[in-house]
Design a binder for this molecule. Sequence first.
Ligand code: SF4
Ligand code: SF4
Length: 436
Amino acid sequence: MATEAKVQDPGIDLGWLADKIDYRRFQECVHCGLCTASCPTYIETGNENDSPRGRIYLMRAVTDGRLGMSDEVRKHLDLCLDCRACESACPSGVQYGQLIEPFKVAMQQSATGGNRTSLLQKLILHRLFPYSGRVRAALFPARLMQKLGLMDLMDKIGLTKLLPPTVRRMQAMLPKLGATGSRLPEVLPPIGPKRARVALFLGCVADAMYPETNAATARVLQHNGCEVVIPREQACCGAIHYHSGSEAPALEFARKNIATFRPDDFDAIIVNAAGCGAMLKDYAHLLSGPEHDAAKAFVNKVRDVSEFLVQLGPIPPTNPLNTKVVYHDACHLCHAQQIRSQPRQLLQMIPGVELVPLEESEICCGAAGTYNLTQPEMSEQLGRRKMDFIEATGADVVVTGNVGCILQIARKIKERESAMTIAHPMDLLDRAYSGN
Ligand code: SF4
Ligand code: SF4
């Protein structure tokens, strides 16, 4: 029987990949193509290589040594958002994330020249974003400039065009920065009879950009009878490093969080950002050997805040908001965590909220972690598509459970000078509990 020739230079560490990828994951794909219609990049390009089925084929061929990691292959894999919509659509249960994520790590490790993440991007992604204190410090000048109106002036006279492209994109995404707010206390008591003791995960970019959403989340939990503990030594979830191909620091963050949160002390570890939640829930998959059991115990306690409240039995808020709301499903909530009904259920509990449906609600908005920095064109296309559907609903508020989506959609709202506002479900619930 003839065997297929192997490429001379695979251009990627096949030994490392063999260690990280269970080959059966490839074999589970029966090439039916039922996932393609749910893939945002395939919807936009119509190219089979930009579809889940096409990418699985490419990754398997590279793993088998039948295809080298050429620039062309790299381009199609890099364009993947890791949104995991294909996992929701796949009837064979293919765990696509467990293929693309190690592949992206290996691709980054073997990248050369133009394929490498730029030094500036690396500095921002790895040295700035995962540390909320650093992000807060870095935002100080921007906060001041916004306050003095200098940011708008820079935009008007075109000065922002002189910034490096990565910084320019970040500047365009900056929300209206509020006050930094005071640090949340380490322990917040329940309001009313105590029903649970929970630990709150704050995140890094989210905590620096939207500290009021973390404060709102804590208050909503208190209103639902939770004692809320905010462990001081908590670290970034590691998603930024992991998804940009830097595995070792991501694992260090995982170890630190597992040691800090002590799962036996809490009924649940609460997270309000979909991307962080999906990463925290993946720790047991990332840590093997003697660390695995501790990772598993940690993962068993991690809950998205909406998932937790619905399990607990939410106490209905009493203050009406009288507003028309549209909900966008963050990929790492609906596809990676299968959480769809819970945020909607909480929003519908608010008196006066009219929840209207959103077409393509589960298609990525193009934020996808740091994708908007590394793949700006596709990110822009998907952002436009998402905003068109959102605007068509005529809602007053768009609500979503992930900071990346909030930043991306907020930028579109600003660009289109729409009167619509954006909020996290906890922001609305908090207002409905407190009456402010
Ligand atoms: S990933 Fe699933 S849905 Fe897509 S082609 Fe393979 S088996 Fe079919
Ligand atoms: S993760 Fe998202 S972008 Fe990537 S192949 Fe699956 S559906 Fe397409």
